[in-house]
Design a protein around this ligand. Structure first.
Ligand SMILES: [Fe+2]
Ligand SMILES: [Fe+2]
Length: 313
């Protein structure tokens, strides 16, 4: 009698660029890695609603308010797709939210920085969503089916977010001297935190090797960071703003820009809960969850009523 070698089937699928689906056998570590990555990604989407949500009531025009409102709403939707994708791996929504609320799970460090001016909202759309796209385009071809399909839709919406930010930045950069200096200040403050979004340097990134091997990730942190800098420097120049790092210089040999590393000590501090807004962000999420309790209870009661009616019919 021959035995089925599940591991071999899994490896063959990866080698053939086929998707792994929820009912397929998968190694425990692959499942764990995905649960961690997808749930952290979902947390980042919903925590990411907070810094920009802060500006919805103060957007400078009705048009910019409508656009920002749509964008923040999209991020809530991204959280929903991603929590659902993670649930297909056998973890419940409650477990994931509990991990977020008790600081066991992380989310992107960038959302622990404050949005002090309207230009910060522009910088987030331009730089933060721009960096997110760079990461996420690759994830459309990730090996886990539900994650890949969620990312295809998310990427379409992220491109709109990036354009929204760049448009707002353009208006400021070509506006009055005061607007231009506001744009410069936002660029200066968001530049390095954005570079940190790609994660620690490859040589210190413990999860990178497996992620590439399993085709969850297809490019490394350093490769993506370099691509982001190459794409963004010409945009800064077009806007007529000063480069936020004196070491940015074209390097012909590597066909890319040289630039300074972000401050990795600051990155670790922020990841470990000591950034400027960590406590505020977490409190906002915990309170939103508490305040939403009656909505969840009502939805569950309604679903039960429909079930009972179906059974009785
Ligand atoms: Fe998003
Ligand atoms: Fe976005």
């Amino acid at each position: 009698m021959s035995t089925i070698n599940f591991e071999e089937i899994f490896e063959t699928k990866l080698a053939k660029n086929e998707m792994i689906e929820p009912k397929d056998w998968m190694p425990d570590n692959y499942r764990k890695h995905l649960i961690r990555q997808i749930s952290q990604h979902a947390h980042s989407e919903i925590v990411g609603m907070l810094p920009e949500g802060n500006w919805i009531t103060r957007a400078p025009s009705l048009r910019s308010k409508i656009v920002l409102l749509a964008k923040v709403q999209d991020e809530g939707g991204h959280g929903l797709y991603l929590y659902t994708a993670a649930e297909s791996l056998g973890i419940s929504r409650d477990e994931m939210l509990d991990a977020l609320h008790t600081s066991k799970a992380k989310y992107s460090s960038i959302f622990n920085y404050p949005t002090l001016t309207w230009a910060d909202v522009a910088a987030i759309g331009w730089l933060v969503d721009g960096a997110a796209i760079m990461n996420q385009v690759m994830l459309q071809r990730t090996s886990y089916g539900p994650y890949s399909r969620a990312m295809i839709r998310i990427c379409k919406e992220e491109s709109f977010h990036q354009r929204q930010g760049y448009e707002a930045m353009t208006r400021l950069a070509f506006g009055t001297p005061a607007q231009k200096s506001m744009a410069q200040d936002a660029l200066n403050r968001f530049w390095f935190p954005t570079l940190m979004m790609f994660g620690p340097p490859d040589k210190e990134s413990p999860n990178s090797d497996n992620a590439v091997k399993w085709r969850i990730k297809r490019e490394t942190n350093d490769e993506l960071r370099q691509r982001f800098v190459n794409q963004t420097v010409p945009q800064i120049e077009y806007l007529g703003l000063n480069l936020p790092d004196a070491n940015i210089k074209w390097n012909e040999a590597k066909n890319g820009y040289d630039f300074s590393e972000p401050n990795w000590v600051e990155f670790k501090n922020v990841i470990n809960g000591n950034g400027p807004c960590n406590k505020e962000r977490l409190n906002a999420r915990v309170n939103a969850h508490k305040n939403g309790e009656w909505v969840r209870a009502a939805a569950a009661a309604y679903a039960k009523k429909l079930d009972d009616q179906t059974l009785a019919a």
